[in-house]
Write a protein that binds this ligand. Structure first.
Ligand SMILES: [Zn+2]
Length: 330
């Protein structure tokens, strides 16, 4: 009997993802070339061992960026979910009133796939054979692949940001990783600022060249999904960051910087982050209803956004009462 070696389907995207990371634009190519020639970045490793689930990380000492296949599989399931929800919304957008997604025949599959992706954080498991994956010959899978490549690109540029901007602080960062090291308020502020700087660096990398709106749309959608993907990994809905900016703050910072002329594409970005936050509510059984129940309507995206962010603020306030973080400011 022939025993085939298991290959994770997300493998098929590794080459395209690394190529997109290295050559997304001429300006980025020059910047990365400089970082590599200065010895700031030696290698990108994709760890496919079954016992690890980690978001992308850098080792400033070895100058190696490490990606983990389990996390990449999870990221793809988020991209597939959000791509499918966008497609279902567009299919149904002509009907009046609230668009329900859970009566779509695709919905059960979407939930199962996402739950499998989220379960990888604690249990390693091969890709279920009856579920969509990156090799599926469908438009939805192709669109999810594209979104995944840009989301991963953003996460990788965030790590490059740490190499480029924080290499000088290597001793401090090493010290804070020691479990016996007690963080001072000043340390927390420093770490917090480093994360904000790396987020800004990644966003700037994704916006280096004057590109057409549809390319900008894809890249910025990737940045939004990269941030949303952190929400669904939480075991409880505590989005406070402490040494990192809170998850909602990081997402909001990025979405507020996005400038896209085309109304249709800018609608697409708003729809993406709004459905992404609602998915987080849905996973955590947090109820959200429109303010105006009679009309089932909001005036505009700002109104929807402020409602969603208000709910997230209330959540953080509750956590701060019951599980206070020292010196945490809302
Ligand atoms: Zn970081």
């Amino acid at each position: 009997m022939e025993i085939k070696e298991y290959r994770n389907p997300v493998n098929v995207l590794h080459f395209d993802a690394i190529r997109a990371f290295l050559t997304s634009s001429n300006c980025m190519f020059t910047q990365l070339h400089e970082a590599i020639s200065k010895g700031l970045l030696n290698e990108v490793i994709i760890d496919n061992s079954s016992n690890s689930f980690k978001t992308p990380s850098v080792n400033l000492e070895t100058k190696v960026m490490q990606l983990h296949e389990s996390h990449l599989s999870y990221l793809w399931t988020v991209c597939y979910f959000l791509t499918s929800v966008r497609e279902i919304t567009f299919e149904r957008a002509t009907s009046n009133g609230i668009i329900h997604l859970n009566d779509s025949p695709k919905f059960d599959t979407l939930i199962c796939l996402l739950e499998w992706g989220r379960s990888l954080k604690t249990h390693h498991c091969s890709w279920p054979i009856d579920m969509p994956d990156p090799t599926h010959p469908t438009d939805t899978a192709s669109n999810a692949n594209l979104l995944y490549i840009y989301a991963l690109q953003y996460l990788m540029y965030h790590e490059v940001g740490h190499f480029v901007l924080h290499y000088d602080a290597i001793d401090f960062i090493k010290a804070t990783k020691n479990p016996f090291y007690e963080l001072t308020k000043q340390d927390v502020d420093l770490l917090y600022n480093m994360e904000t700087e790396a987020d800004n660096y990644a966003f700037d990398c994704m916006s280096l060249c004057d590109e057409e709106d549809n390319i900008k749309f894809l890249k910025h959608s990737g940045a939004v999904v990269a941030h949303l993907s952190n929400f669904y990994l939480l075991s409880e809905p505590d989005i406070r960051g402490y040494t990192h900016p809170d998850l909602d703050r990081r997402l909001r910072c990025i979405t507020e910087k996005i400038e896209i002329q085309s109304k249709e594409l800018s609608w697409g970005i708003n729809h993406l982050y709004a459905t992404g936050i609602q998915l987080f509510f849905c996973i955590n059984h947090i109820e959200i209803l429109p303010k105006d129940l009679e009309q089932h309507s909001y005036e505009d995206w700002n109104e929807i956004g402020s409602d969603l962010y208000n709910i997230l603020d209330l959540l953080k306030k509750d956590y701060q009462i019951f599980k206070p973080y020292k010196e945490y400011l809302l």
